[in-house]
Design a protein around this ligand. Structure first.
Ligand code: SF4
Length: 372
């Protein structure tokens, strides 16, 4: 680690580049720590203003970009494209601009001694209402039911927050998280005990299970944001999905309905992926998930890798995760290194069998086709 130049530690003004859900998650904490000069986004539909900060296109922001430090609020291919456009302006990575994950990992540590992570995902049940053949969490390939108890989750998060000072987003998912009887209790616990260490809790659902009143009440109290993936063009469940949307909206719970038409075909575990011309480190960094997995008292660069082992389909190797139970407090930066893909083993071993979601995987399939 230590990619950022020393000048970053002296800066109190930043420009945010690439407006979307990552930006919204980071905005409150960044507002506390910086003067946000401007937000840059080239999509005219996003331009305007957010909380008093102007959102403008890069063409009209050339001088702003050239005279301020820039945090690029995205990862993967979009980050690469933005980085290329900034290089064309003569700007240098990690001196003039950097990715949000590098920034969060290094700046908060070097400036404030805080071990921060961007986004952490926990699967609380692997039961689901659907059996998607190409599910990236491999749900239909589990032979045994997996449901976590509240005490398992409590123990894991208590352990996790011994090492982590702040996480911008915790996403609870599955399977279908609204099938889990502990979802509300867990959100309540995280809100009661760690609200000063979490910016936002997300729930990621397919919307086929209408949450009960108690869970609704707890989600509203904790300002949970629910992402609903809409697969109703393939699976016939539109009325149930609409019931879920209506109940969330009626209770003032923010929800984002995403029409998911296509997925990348990861290949695993059905077929071997064909990744041409990439070595494995490059392949993993092209996939570049900005969210990481926390399950079974272990922290994973890649949550898919956790699920592959949990389903009994694959045996991970040392370095594919950081175990929390035996971790010394002096080793807490191992979590941040894992999040940045800087593990000793260089890449996640499952990458050899997995097409991933990077631009080197050209296999696109219709989302949510059901396994027979
Ligand atoms: S390519 Fe590697 S990092 Fe990406 S999803 Fe597959 S196993 Fe995970």
């Amino acid at each position: 680690m230590n990619r950022l130049s020393e000048e970053w530690l002296e800066t109190d003004k930043v420009v945010l580049y690439g407006w979307g859900n990552i930006g919204e998650k980071c905005f409150p904490k960044f507002m506390e720590d910086f003067n946000i000069v401007s937000i840059i986004d080239n999509d005219p539909r996003k331009q305007g203003e957010y909380n008093g900060i102007s959102i403008i296109g890069a063409d009209s922001a050339r001088s702003i970009l050239q005279s301020n430090k820039i945090i690029v609020l995205t990862g993967g291919k979009v980050y690469k494209d933005i980085a290329d456009s900034l290089r064309k302006m003569g700007l240098q990575e990690n001196i003039d601009f950097c990715s949000v994950e590098v920034f969060i990992s290094e700046w908060y540590w070097n400036k404030k001694g805080q071990n921060c992570l961007l986004e952490v995902h926990t699967a609380i049940t692997m039961r689901c209402t659907f059996r998607c053949k190409n599910c990236n969490m491999l749900v239909p390939y589990y032979k045994e039911k997996v449901d976590y108890s509240f005490s398992e989750m409590k123990q894991m998060y208590d352990l996790f927050f011994q090492y982590v000072d702040y996480v911008f987003c915790i996403a609870l998912l599955g399977g279908e998280p609204f099938l889990s009887p502990i979802l509300g209790e867990l959100i309540d616990y995280l809100g009661e005990n760690y609200s000063d260490k979490i910016d936002v809790i997300n729930v990621v659902s397919n919307g086929s299970v209408v949450p009960d009143d108690k869970t609704i009440e707890i989600m509203a109290k904790n300002n949970v944001l629910v992402y609903l993936s809409d697969y109703s063009s393939v699976i016939s469940y539109q009325p149930k999905l609409m019931q879920t949307v209506e109940k969330l909206q009626k209770n003032n719970i923010k929800c984002v309905l995403r029409d998911i038409g296509e997925w990348k075909d990861f290949g695993f575990p059905i077929a071997k992926p064909v990744i041409k011309g990439s070595d494995m480190v490059e392949h993993m960094k092209t996939c570049a998930p900005i969210f990481h997995g926390l399950n079974d008292n272990k922290f994973y660069y890649c949550h898919v890798a956790w699920s592959a082992e949990k389903a009994g389909l694959y045996k991970l190797r040392d370095g594919d995760f950081v175990g929390l139970e035996d971790l010394a407090l002096t080793e807490k930066r191992k979590l941040t290194e894992q999040a940045l893909g800087e593990m000793e083993s260089e890449y996640v071993s499952l990458c050899r069998l997995c097409g991933g979601c990077g631009e080197d995987n050209l296999s696109i399939i219709k989302a949510a086709i059901q396994k027979e």
